[in-house]
Write a protein that binds this ligand. Sequence first.
Ligand code: SF4
Length: 405
Amino acid sequence: MNKAESERVGNLFEQHGYQATASLDEADIIVLNSCVVRQSAENRATSRLQSLKPLKKANPGLILALTGCLVNSDNALLKKNFPHVDYFFKPGDHPQWLEQASWAQTLPLQVPASEYVPIIQGCDNFCSYCIVPYRRGREISRPLAEIRDEVRELVLRGAKEITLLGQNVDSYGHDLPGRPDLADLLSELNDIPGLSRLRFLTNHPKDMTTRLIAAVATLDKVCEQINLPVQSGDNDILELMKRGYTAEHYRRLITQTRRQLPEGAISTDVIVGFPSESEEQFGQTFNLLCELRFDTVHVAAYSPRPGTVAARELDDNVPTAEKSRRLNAIEHLQEKIAAEINARLLGGTVEILVEGRKKGKWQGRTRSGKIVFFTDNGNHLGQLVDVRIEKTGPWSMQGKIALNK
Ligand code: SF4
């Protein structure tokens, strides 16, 4: 979400004639996009804001703006603590001052081949460990027509792949007239000429429907990639987390998804060391990961976030060393599983969308979201290219160009 928001703000500035600078010293405007999902992220954002003070002092014409989750409707406290900051604007809001500034001008804009589009802001779920609903507020869906127009515009400017974003994309549309859902939105966007790929993040096991899985299976532009965070494989821990589903329900969802998307990639998120998580309960999570064999697992050790129910009511009683041991055990397991899954692609040909260059190699992603590198002298940036896979590993693959599209 934050990456998408930073890109959106960056694009907006470019549209008004600005360019990104390589260093802060050269900037006329600095926009800090803040994250508060963990206390450490919030601390980093506030100390970064403080560190900009000398720049503003040396150059009073410099404009400083703050966006992201630190910004609320009432910014009196922020203004008091950071008087050197000129503007505050909430994620997704349009910085009106940009239009009014004397230097504003509108330029045609070429966008990257892969773009993010937020479709729903906020979250109504209140998982016990999560600060997002308190900071981002309740769910607000963007009207379907507005999203369609934005995607059309991005495609006209060069985007080939769109990733739809939301804290919980499965609840998209429940607050809109006619109650369209994510499947409706995908089917509407699937018809946009020039668009090659559609993705979406993040799903919630409580809300993901078979209708959505069917839409992914039938709509040709929707990529076979699902992110479905499980968080824990133990029902008592899931209950403490207030996730609203059981491990059995989660298993059924994965079975249905695999039946309909046999070539699809599924990723998940896991928290280890949640308050009171016993060795046996951790074992349930470990076994679930062994059994379901995900393409990617994002694992985090629990850390209490002030302001959440878990921080207030649950004792953070799993020792740090034990949290690290559990985290490492999962990382080790996942490395092995991912290597085995990716090895199945060896010798095959995959379509990748080229996103950039790294260490002299072109880098892109398959429809299932896997990273592929290849070497070639041509300019393939933003192109869909077929690559024959010659080497695989747990995190990425290497290959040779097979055919330009
Ligand atoms: S679903 Fe839960 S973890 Fe995800 S943003 Fe909402 S409250 Fe946070």
